[in-house]
Design a protein around this ligand. Structure first.
Ligand code: FAD
Length: 532
């Protein structure tokens, strides 16, 4: 285990915040903040990252989990963004192959004109983006489309385009960046909220304990996603562009109810493109795009949100229509977009923007996508270097692999002929989530006991999250480390009590605290199954 984020490491990090003097303090441990912290630390800056809840607890655990090639930006005429997204996708594949698995996306067509236009658009996109030959699209006629994806409704089908997208795991990508930042010398803490920023110093509150801290930092970057404007308030910033938040929801159904072989683009009633993605025994549907007011961690999902996606699925697929009863779970997130008054939610640009408030020196970044996080971080750290007057050197995040992407050591010689080298025999789900750490988790499972509802393998995963990944609440484990809340057909509730006991034992929880943690997770899971 190269980087180990133990509970003791967090306690030590809180003390270090008080004692050291940092070049840069990053507010917010979503993909934007984690990417910036890793980049800056790799360039030799002394960096701290402070996250109010848990790493990725905001938007960065609630995305559609797609690393876009950028085809959608072509439709908007944004050629620069097409190129950036396509090259970032290839980079991510290099630095974290387990977090960028390729996936065929099928887009049904319903007439000769749209079919030909789509084929021409994909051809132009692939030329512009330099897509490698083995990832180029195919155009299917009706028979080919139905043979390849039999779930499609056949009546008005003309054919389909099949092109490559990449699937990631957003929260795990954030955690890998945090681990990479720590490996490069950054001090990263979760469950610690920045309460006030004054020139040269940042006040921090440990939200799991009672302590407060003050970190000295030459420069502060506000990467608080939907809370960027709230952090303006804590820093006394009066300038800065307004954000417009938009909400997007996803629904989870059993794979048996929508047994897709590929991801499929669906057209919603208002002509927006939405999609269905098969993953780990479930299929998820996403996403909506509606204006939202003040940011909250868990935005509510309405019955209308759910009906919108179910309707899109029922228009696209054959078989018994999906209804609310089929929904096993859901998640909702807020896009922190730069306001463009008068535009419809899905027309607002996803571009990022860096804002500098000269009176306070606060640098803020908002907008952007998971896909382009590394380039956003590079631009921010270039600026940080300039403002500190110590040029930060070239960005190295595109060359240095993320920690769990390292090649696992070869197995002992007697196993070499029987076992595949990659993943050391760990199940595919484990490899996709934990990369090179998967074999160690699988090996741990042979030494632990299963409990009621908690298999030895799942218990090993939970122990790994607690021992090495700074999971400090049951929700951290269930939602963001193991992803069971999202992708397990039972939302991970089957083994919740024994899971809580494992956490209680390691983190020293009282019986009352343990019961509270269980209650909170049960309530959260229930709120993601029934909608008002
Ligand atoms: P966040 O992840 O929200 O991080 C900000 C963090 O700051 C939070 O964790 C918060 O707790 C913390 N914070 C706030 N205040 C404080 C404080 N005072 N002190 C300390 N910490 C604080 N992009 C893609 O590339 N592909 C997709 O498929 C995709 N799908 C999406 C689907 C939906 C529904 C949504 C909503 C977005 C999607 N995106 C996608 C966009 C992408 O998810 C976001 O651009 C990205 O996650 C934003 O990350 P962030 O770090 O800026 O914000």
């Amino acid at each position: 285990m190269e980087v180990s984020l133990t509970p003791a490491a967090r306690t030590h990090a809180l003390t270090t915040l008080d004692q050291d003097r940092f070049d840069l303090l990053v507010v917010g441990g979503g993909i934007t903040g984690a990417g910036i912290a890793r980049d800056a630390a790799l360039r030799g800056l002394r960096v701290a990252l402070v996250e109010a809840t848990d790493f990725a607890a905001g938007t960065s655990s609630r995305s559609s989990k797609l690393i876009h090639g950028g085809v959608r930006y072509l439709a908007q005429g944004d050629v620069a963004l097409v190129r950036e997204a396509a090259s970032e996708r290839a980079t991510l594949r290099r630095i974290a192959p387990h977090l960028a698995t390729s996936l065929t996306m099928v887009m049904p067509t319903h007439g000769r004109g749209t079919h030909l236009k789509l084929g021409a658009g994909l051809w132009a996109f692939e030329k512009l983006a330099g897509i490698p030959a083995d990832e180029r699209h195919a155009m299917w006629n009706r028979e080919e489309a139905l043979a390849s994806e039999p779930t499609l409704a056949g009546e008005q089908l003309y054919g389909a385009a099949a092109f490559t997208e990449y699937l990631t795991d957003d929260a795990r990508l954030v955690l890998e960046n945090v681990k990479g930042a720590v490996a490069a010398g950054a001090v990263c803490v979760n469950h610690a909220e920045v309460t006030r920023i004054v020139p040269g110093a940042v006040q921090i509150r440990d939200t799991l304990g009672t302590s407060t801290h003050e970190a000295r930092a030459r420069l502060v970057v506000n990467a608080a996603g939907p809370w960027v404007a709230a952090v303006f308030g804590r820093a006394g910033v009066t300038s800065g562009r307004a954000l417009q938040l938009t909400k997007g929801i996803h629904l989870v159904v059993a794979h048996a109810r929508l047994p897709l072989r590929h991801a499929v683009v669906m057209q919603a009633r208002d002509k927006r493109s939405v999609f269905a993605v098969p993953r780990d025994g479930v299929t998820y549907l996403g996403t909506t795009d509606t204006l939202y007011g003040e940011p909250v961690l868990t935005p509510e999902i309405t019955a209308a949100d759910a009906a919108y996606l179910l309707d899109a699925a029922n228009r696209t697929f054959a078989g018994a229509p999906l209804g609310e009863d089929d929904i096993l779970g859901a998640w909702a997130g807020l896009r922190p977009l730069l306001a463009e008054p008068g535009k419809a939610p899905s027309e607002i640009s996803r571009r990022d923007e860096i804002m500098v408030d000269e009176p306070t020196g606060l640098v803020s970044i908002a907008g952007g996508k998971l896909t382009t996080y590394r380039r956003m971080a590079e631009r921010v750290v270039d600026l940080v270097g300039e403002r500190l007057g110590t040029p930060a050197g070239p960005c190295r995040t595109g060359e240095i692999a993320l920690p769990a992407a390292r090649v696992p050591p070869p197995p002992p010689p007697d196993l070499q002929t029987r076992r595949p080298h990659h993943g050391g025999g760990a199940p595919p789900r484990l490899i996709r989530l934990y990369g090179a750490d998967a074999p160690a988790i699988a090996a741990r499972a042979t030494g632990v006991e299963a409990a009621d509802g908690l298999s030895a393998l799942r218990r090993a995963e939970v122990e790994h999250a607690l021992d090495h990944e700074m999971a400090l609440t049951l929700e951290d484990v269930l939602e963001r480390r193991t992803r069971l809340l999202l992708f397990d057909p039972e939302q991970g509730l089957g083994g919740l009590e024994p899971m809580a006991q494992v956490a209680a034992h390691r983190l020293g929880w009282s019986p009352e605290r343990t019961a509270d943690e269980v209650r909170h997770c049960r309530r959260l899971a229930a709120s993601l199954r029934s909608f008002a």
